[in-house]
Design a protein around this ligand. Structure first.
Ligand SMILES: NC(=O)c1ccc[n+]([C@@H]2O[C@H](COP(=O)([O-])OP(=O)(O)OC[C@H]3O[C@@H](n4cnc5c(N)ncnc54)[C@H](OP(=O)(O)O)[C@@H]3O)[C@@H](O)[C@H]2O)c1
Length: 212
């Protein structure tokens, strides 16, 4: 596959980049600071640009045909709004539509799921009370994605960790409130799942909950 990653300098984006290269894919990393990309590889192309500037994204997406666009852009904090990321989402969707990209896979957050309260106290009371801005931003970004003309998938993980890859995670469209779940997910497991979804239509045009 030929893929492009937004947020490739972040913890999830970097896992995805490394895993994609290892699997033999051709990867473009769209970043604002190329010096933060620590690997060089013959199949890796680093493009410098501002995600908040539509023309920067459109220029890169129009250069070649991508099979999938991955978005792992993340907010700096948990409590304040991060409006540039809303603009970035609009720009990614618009440019992907303009260039007829096959698939958009975006990392959202399980806290925005209507049944998140089934996951327990944290998701029923703490997050909805104290992380209202984070939830609002995620909902706005998700709405931009799911009202697009693209073939999209919203991935909704719980808290992300830097634990080593173990391939042990579950994914489902509905939350069943299974208490045996750890409600955390390593970014390495998440990256593997993201890559799998590029070639799997099970969750096309839906949101999918994924956890360990
Ligand atoms: N952290 C969690 O526990 C958690 C839980 C559930 C879901 N999520 C979601 O998972 C995704 C990835 O999270 P993460 O923790 O792996 O992310 P992260 O390590 O914080 O990385 C964030 C990425 O977003 C980029 N970014 C932020 N603001 C930007 C802007 N204005 N313009 C361009 N790039 C910008 C950063 O670029 P620079 O390197 O240039 O700063 C970096 O590449 C996010 O969408 C997050 O909301 C996170």
């Amino acid at each position: 596959m030929n893929i492009i990653i937004f947020g490739a300098t972040g913890r999830t984006g970097n896992e995805l980049l490394l895993r994609a290269l290892e699997a033999g894919h051709t990867v473009t990393a769209f970043v604002r600071n190329p010096s933060k990309i620590s690997v060089s590889h013959r199949n890796l192309n680093v493009e410098k640009g501002e995600a908040t500037r539509y023309s920067d994204i459109n220029d890169v997406l129009s250069k070649e045909k991508y099979d999938a666009v991955f978005s792992a852009l993340g907010a700096k904090g948990m409590f304040k709004r991060d409006l540039p990321l809303i603009d970035a989402m609009k720009n990614i969707v618009r440019a992907a539509e303009n260039n007829e990209i096959g698939k958009l896979i975006h990392v959202s957050f399980i806290g925005v799921h209507p049944d998140a309260g089934k996951l327990g106290f944290l998701y029923k009371y703490i997050i909805p009370t104290f992380m209202t801005n984070l939830l609002r931003d995620h909902r706005e970004k998700d709405a931009i994605v799911n009202s697009s003309k693209l073939n999209w998938i919203l991935i909704q993980p719980p808290v992300l960790t830097s634990d080593a890859y173990n391939g042990k995670y579950i994914h489902e469209a509905e939350i069943h409130g299974d208490n045996s779940r750890k409600l955390k997910l390593s970014r390495s497991n998440l990256a593997e799942f993201m890559l799998k979804l590029a070639n799997d239509n099970t969750y096309d045009k839906t949101a999918v909950y994924v956890t360990e």
